[in-house]
Design a protein around this ligand. Structure first.
Ligand SMILES: NC(=O)c1ccc[n+]([C@@H]2O[C@H](COP(=O)([O-])OP(=O)(O)OC[C@H]3O[C@@H](n4cnc5c(N)ncnc54)[C@H](O)[C@@H]3O)[C@@H](O)[C@H]2O)c1
Length: 320
């Protein structure tokens, strides 16, 4: 599903640069311009040529063996999110990349969404941050087999809250539902706190008959609302009424001020992610890739969410 989009972007960079795609199931979406560049295994691809880098977009449970093989062959790796199905596997991925001396990053593509990039630039306008709320709901995509909604989808949110809040997750509490008769959960409501004191909540499911993707960032001076489906960003300002507030100090609260919807340059997030990774592979240490360690932190947080849902207890995370 996502591999065909990576293939489209890699092929658009010039056919000379595209070493090929690996999928034992074949090219189900007709993604390749040249069918001769489809390989049934990583071994077959590596026998033909050694690419500079690879995008690992196989099912989550297959990330580790694919990364181990590619890294050992000296290939840099951009690994789809979530980095791995478990925190232990994520650690093994980091170890494999370090051992091989190649470069790695994780494809948390929401960090390249134009609405969230613009929100992050404007976050200072909100004054002190209070809370971050994310919503990611919609119907079940029949493709996912190996993980539940927490690891497949909520990992976007558990990465975003830390990135936007610029602070690690300190504690989480969560509830999950299993409605579809699968082994894994299909709905999660998670609340938590970052080490900075900012609170967050994330509502994520595969049960809602319409797709919604939003992030609300609330601060002492207003709120930013990002719609990451449409790439829209709106700033809702608190009204500035200092004189009346001074008179009713004990009732001080916010009232509605101006709302500004920003005109954004809406570039495709996956293209921006590829550009960042190419720059990183070319030696730019400051390129805005998502480090593998951040991918691990997200999987650790997802496991804490699942533990909380299982035990009914708030789970505290120890700093990495
Ligand atoms: N960034 C995003 O927004 C996003 C979106 C969707 C999926 N993903 C992630 O991308 C990964 C793939 O998800 P998907 O929805 O595209 O899955 P998918 O099931 O549609 O595709 C996975 C493909 O990998 C192939 N495959 C299986 N084992 C392989 C192996 N060992 N070597 C090579 N190919 C192999 C399968 O034949 C299949 O075609 C998952 O980790 C998922 O979480 C990320």
């Amino acid at each position: 599903m996502i591999g065909r989009h990576h293939a489209r972007i890699l092929q658009s960079a010039g056919s000379d640069a595209f070493a090929g795609a690996v999928d034992p199931g074949g090219d189900r979406f007709g993604a390749l311009h040249d069918p001769a560049l489809l390989f049934g295994s990583i071994d077959e691809l590596l026998e033909r040529s050694k690419p500079d880098f690879a995008v690992v977009a196989v099912p989550t449970e297959e990330h580790l063996p694919a990364v181990e093989q590619l890294a050992a062959a000296g290939v840099h790796v951009l690994v789809e999110k979530p980095l791995a199905a478990t925190a232990d596997e994520a650690r093994e991925i980091i170890a494999a990349v370090d051992r091989a001396g190649v470069r790695g990053a994780v494809g948390h593509v929401e960090r390249y969404n134009p609405a969230l990039l613009a929100a992050r630039e404007r976050i200072g306008e909100l004054g002190e941050l209070i809370s971050i709320a994310t919503e990611r709901k919609g119907p079940f995509p029949a493709r996912i087999k190996d993980v539940g909604v927490v690891k497949d989808l909520a990992t976007h949110d558990l990465d975003l809250v830390r990135w936007i809040g610029a602070s690690p997750v300190e504690a989480v509490a969560a509830q999950c539902s299993h409605r579809m008769g699968r082994e894994h959960e299909d709905l999660v409501l998670a609340t938590g706190r970052l080490a900075s004191g900012v609170t967050f909540n994330s509502q994520v499911d595969w049960l809602t008959p319409m797709k919604s993707r939003s992030t609300r960032i609330l601060g002492e001076r207003g709120m930013l609302l990002a719609n990451t489906l449409t790439g829209d960003l709106t700033l809702y300002e608190n009204a500035d009424r200092p004189i009346e507030w001074a008179a009713t100090q004990q009732l001080r609260g916010v009232s509605e001020g101006n709302a500004i919807r920003f005109a954004l340059d809406r570039r495709e997030p996956l293209v921006v992610e590829h550009e960042a990774f190419r720059a990183y592979v070319a030696g730019d240490d400051g390129a805005p890739v998502v480090p593998l360690e951040a991918g691990l932190e997200t999987v650790v947080t997802a496991e804490a969410v699942l533990e909380s849902a299982r035990t009914g207890e708030t789970v505290r995370l120890t700093p990495a």
